[in-house]
Design a protein around this ligand. Structure first.
Ligand SMILES: Cc1cc2nc3c(=O)[nH]c(=O)nc-3n(C[C@H](O)[C@H](O)[C@H](O)COP(=O)(O)O)c2cc1C
Ligand code: SF4
Ligand code: SF4
Length: 261
């Protein structure tokens, strides 16, 4: 079983590749009920987790899912995590490992995969150039094959992680600030002249946080469910969505956007 979350498709791609290679089924966290969930692993089944790094931490939706999860016969089953990231993961995996430990699951191996950047919510952050996007995707495809080999062989104690410089500062101090102040849908707004009311932003939202109809502009619910994954912003075909003034003149990205690259 591979449990995953993805905002802009990078992690969905990685999880699908792993599912093909291992023959194990995919479970999207956003398709799961909000209540307690319990799983019984089949004989020999691996337990895999895939998610992107958000503010040098696991995304809140992933952490909240783990709190509700009980794995009935986790002992003796191989468990791994593949985390996608624009640059580096800091202490993301340490945090996730502790979350798993609390529900009695032991993490055997962990991997990070550098993928195109999706965060555009701060003034100095933008998507990658087309050249960098292509390079990252090519390298990620190679790395993922290598990770899949190790996962298939159930290799334990592997930590193929790019933690970056200052992992403690990034995950603990900046990560905490990120969770408190930067995960919010308040700054989202639509340039009315550009919007064609197509609803793609609402369809792209993994947590159904956008109200849309053919006759009105999309509206964000402002109910605390937004993950700041920017899928809505990136999927707008008219680039009509802005995040305050912080996204002005910035690019858009999602995994399948530039298929020809
Ligand atoms: C809210 C948010 C926070 C992010 N934080 C980080 C980060 O701390 N470090 C990093 O290297 N990349 C960061 N990224 C980039 C993503 O981890 C990366 O693009 C990931 O592959 C996106 O996966 P997805 O397409 O499955 O959503 C962030 C992206 C978002 C949307
Ligand atoms: S995706 Fe863009 S154009 Fe389509 S409804 Fe949303 S804001 Fe409007
Ligand atoms: S509203 Fe936009 S940023 Fe927030 S969770 Fe939905 S798609 Fe992601």
């Amino acid at each position: 079983m591979i449990i995953y979350f993805s905002g802009t498709g990078n992690t969905k791609w990685a999880a699908s590749v792993l599912s093909e290679r291992t023959g194990e089924k995919l479970i999207n966290i956003t398709d799961m009920p909000g209540t307690e969930i319990s799983y019984k692993l089949e004989a020999g089944e691996r337990l895999g987790f895939c998610f992107p790094v958000h503010g040098w931490r696991p995304p809140l939706i992933v952490r909240n899912f783990i709190k509700k999860l009980s794995v009935i016969n986790a002992e003796g089953h191989y468990c791994y995590v593949v985390c996608t990231t624009g640059d580096n993961v800091g202490e993301t995996i340490d945090i996730f490992e502790k979350d798993l430990k609390r529900i009695g699951v032991h993490l055997d191996s962990s991997f990070s995969l550098i993928m195109p950047e999706s965060y555009v919510g701060l003034p100095f952050m933008d998507v990658d150039t087309p050249k960098k996007e292509k390079q990252k995707k090519e390298k990620a495809a190679e790395d993922l094959e290598h990770f899949a080999d190790m996962i298939i062989e159930r290799k334990k104690g592997i930590k193929e992680l790019i933690v970056g410089r200052w992992p403690k500062i990034n995950s603990r101090i900046i990560g905490s600030f990120f969770v408190k102040y930067l995960i919010t849908d308040k700054p989202f707004h639509v340039t009315e002249d550009l919007c064609i009311k197509c609803g793609k932003c609402a369809k792209a939202c993994p947590v159904d946080n956008i109200i849309w109809s053919k006759d009105s502009m999309p509206k964000w619910k402002h109910n605390g469910s937004c993950l700041s994954c920017f899928a809505c912003y990136h999927h707008c075909p008219k680039h009509a969505i802005e995040y305050g003034s912080r996204t002005r003149n910035k690019g858009q990205y999602f995994f399948d956007k530039n298929e020809e690259l």
